[in-house]
Design a protein around this ligand. Structure first.
Ligand code: ZN
Length: 256
């Protein structure tokens, strides 16, 4: 099901906070349809996967390569067109995890991450006794060490397909922890391929396989899977198809 109502990436963290019954400081409202869906399925764990550079146009243009993700929407899920808040990864992900605009959270570069006093939804849940996990790049992971229960740091590398495989493996393995409530992971192949001008179909297929593997593990735990992009696909906007409209990314919520 596609909801035409446009929402923003800022609404993800407030929605998760409401679902788990914890307090988060954000001006953004939670998304009623997501809450209703989540309450009705009563998932034991939520997995949030951010797919770097997956924008709405990429999602539709590469529907064939991303078939597994489209099927998650068709089977038991829904899709929102979601407004972005930044065209860069670090501030966009910080906004997804805090519900705050970049100018409010102040996290623009990797070395801002550790300095920020603002807590992400991962840390807020952890502080309320609800264990959380993250599978992300080492620089982003370091500030979370000792702050949340399970941190999987993956070093950046030339082979981004291998990198995403490791992120996927960690995401699946941590789902064995029965006390876990929220997992965050970040897949990067599309972004790297777009920057290098490499064949985006290869990246899309790899992402599709990783998401399918994660979805299977989520299904075995009766979990809720949330998938979104972080910003527009770099290097593909030269034809000005978007005009001046803000870029949109897909937000998928499903019970695989
Ligand atoms: Zn990005």
């Amino acid at each position: 099901m596609l909801f035409m109502q446009s929402i923003s990436l800022l609404q993800i963290a407030p929605t998760l906070a409401d679902f788990f019954g914890v307090h988060l400081n954000s001006q953004a409202r939670s998304v009623e349809q997501i809450l209703e869906f989540a309450y009705s399925r009563n998932p034991q764990v939520v997995v949030l996967v951010v797919i770097d550079s997956l924008d709405y146009r990429f999602y539709t243009d590469f529907a064939e390569e991303l078939k597994g993700i489209h099927e998650l929407v068709e089977q038991d899920g829904f899709l929102f067109e979601c407004e972005t808040v930044s065209s860069h990864t670090t501030p966009a992900i910080a906004s997804i995890l805090t519900g705050l605009r970049p100018e409010s959270h102040g996290i623009f570069a990797n070395n801002d991450v550790g300095k920020s006093k603002i807590k992400s939804i991962l840390e807020i849940l952890e502080d309320e006794g609800k264990p959380t996990a993250a599978a992300i790049e080492t620089k982003g992971a370091k500030p979370l060490l000792g702050r949340i229960s399970y941190v999987f740091a993956v070093d950046d590398r030339e082979d981004i397909i291998a990198y995403d495989k490791l992120i996927t493996t960690h995401t699946i393995s941590v789902l064995n922890k029965q006390d876990l409530r929220l997992v965050f992971s970040h897949l990067r192949a599309i972004d790297r391929f777009a920057h290098r001008g490499n064949d985006l179909r290869v990246a899309a297929k790899a992402i599709n396989e990783n998401v399918r593997a994660i979805a299977k593990a989520v299904s075995e735990r009766n979990g809720l899977l949330v998938i979104c992009g972080d910003h527009e696909t770099h290097g593909r906007d030269k034809d000005k198809k978007y005009g001046k409209a803000p870029a949109a990314v897909p937000l998928i919520v499903c019970c695989p």
